[in-house]
Design a protein around this ligand. Structure first.
Ligand code: HEM
Length: 425
């Protein structure tokens, strides 16, 4: 299994390197992506860049420059994004279809739910769904509380200052997901690094692809071991229930999607949400009082929309979206962060308003058949961690002015890599 994954990985990386790079130097071509493509990944502070507002007002569906002669569209408005993501048969998420157009062999797609179309997607998602029901997830609630409590104790013990990203935001989902999957606790640091690296396109796509390959290698080893001796976590129960219906590559893709889908995303929400709770006094006070925690969590999900764009879709037939005529074969990028700041989200969408009526209709977890399978687990983490944090450290403040924080420049998952704070104890 490990050798299969290694082979897949080196094939993907090799083909990508050759296609994008002409074989010279590691992935140099990928770092030359035109800046306009990265528009939906850029922010001003916590807000989408002003140009995104202009698109929302004037051109919610617009052409995007893409290399290799591909036609691509940026879909930013709330309604058009719903139309694209809600379509059952208009678009494909299949990496093979997309990659084939830029010269990557279709036999080496990375796998996982996010890149699969029905009926493969339907079959795989059905296997995973029972692991994410409220009843099954409920068993993790005491573990999440213990994990949050453990991190708060460790920070209090160290005293003075902390890096909220490394000491709080990242370990909480990392430990929760390791628990869910059955990944050994000792491997968590390694996984945090891989997961962060795969979403960061600031240095081009090469390091991100390396991280995907390495993560698949690791999971291959774990699957090999659990095939012999299935554990209590999600991997073990998938092997027990469907062992003969799912091959190792599909299993590694599923596990990889769950692991990375649930780690970086929830960590960014925890860090950026904590930043808002520290700097917006009335929001912090309401969270401390436990006054409408669920509603506040939804508004923070909407406002931050950390997964900035959905997986690329490829139109499988000609389709009209808004005023645009999208042709079969065109690539469609949906800006979730743009959609969540559009007018259907109510007045003053660039403000955090815990009483916002439309907040629950946000697109932070996507929409349609690929909507986030881990949404309820993420909510459990956020609803547990935010109030506990602001209660334990009511006077906590950023240790540097917010303007000096190092926000990611062009990452699919928006966030920061360090959040220095004074605990105020
Ligand atoms: C605040 C945290 C999270 C956010 C903002 C988030 C966001 C998203 C979004 C926007 C999508 C849809 C992408 C698309 O349609 O192209 C998605 C899909 C997915 N998410 Fe999450 N997610 C979060 C947490 C989690 C967790 C905790 C898990 C698992 C433990 C998870 C696993 C997945 C998986 C497997 C998919 C693919 C579903 C499919 O294609 O059918 N996510 N997520």
């Amino acid at each position: 299994m490990t050798s299969l994954v290694s082979a897949v990985r080196s094939q993907v990386l090799g083909l990508v390197a050759r296609r994008f790079n002409g074989g010279a130097g590691p992935y140099a071509g990928l770092s030359l992506l035109p800046d306009k493509i990265l528009l939906p990944l850029h922010r001003t502070g916590l807000d989408p860049v002003p140009e995104m507002d202009q698109r929302l007002a004037e051109q919610p569906v617009s052409r995007m420059p893409l290399p290799f002669g591909m036609r691509a569209w940026l879909v930013a408005g709330y309604e058009p994004v719903r139309q694209v993501l809600g379509s059952v048969d208009g678009y494909s998420n299949d990496f093979g279809k997309f990659a084939g157009r830029v010269g990557i062999n279709v036999a080496v797609e990375p796998g996982g739910l996010g890149f699969a179309d029905p009926p493969v997607h339907t079959r795989l998602r059905k296997m995973l769904t029972p692991e994410f029901t409220m009843r099954r997830l409920a068993r993790l609630q005491p573990r999440i509380e213990a994990i949050v409590g453990g991190r708060l104790d460790a920070m209090a013990q160290a005293g003075g200052t902390a890096d909220l990203w490394h000491d709080f935001a990242l370990p909480i989902p990392a430990l929760t997901i390791c628990e869910l999957l059955g990944v050994p606790y000792a491997d968590r640091d390694y996984f945090q690094k891989l997961s962060t690296a795969r979403f960061d396109l600031a240095e081009g796509g090469g390091p991100a692809l390396d991280a995907v390959g390495e993560s698949l290698d690791y999971l291959g080893g774990l699957i090999e071991q659990q095939r012999r001796e299935p554990g209590d976590g999600l991997l073990g129960s998938l092997i027990r229930a469907h062992g003969s219906d799912i091959d190792d590559r599909e299993l590694a893709g599923l596990a990889d999607g769950v692991l990375t889908g649930g780690l970086e995303t929830s960590a960014s929400m925890l860090a950026l949400g904590a930043l808002l709770l520290m700097t917006d006094e009335s929001l912090g006070a309401r969270m401390r009082a436990g006054d409408g925690v669920d509603r506040m969590v939804e508004e923070l999900l909407r406002y931050l929309t950390v997964v900035q764009v959905a997986f690329p879709r490829v139109a499988v037939r000609d389709v009209r979206v808004g005023d645009a005529d999208i042709r079969a074969g065109d690539v469609v990028i949906c800006s979730l962060s743009g959609a969540d700041r559009d007018s259907p989200m109510g007045v003053r969408p660039h403000r955090v308003d815990p009483d916002r009526a439309a907040a629950r209709s946000h697109m932070a977890f996507g929409y349609g058949i690929h909507r986030c399978i881990g949404a309820e687990l993420a909510r459990m983490e956020l609803r547990t961690a935010y109030p506990a944090l602001v209660r334990r450290f009511p006077a906590m403040r950023p240790a540097v002015p917010p303007a000096e924080l190092n926000f990611r420049r062009a990452s699919i998952v928006f966030g920061l890599d360090a959040l220095p704070v004074e605990l105020g104890e």
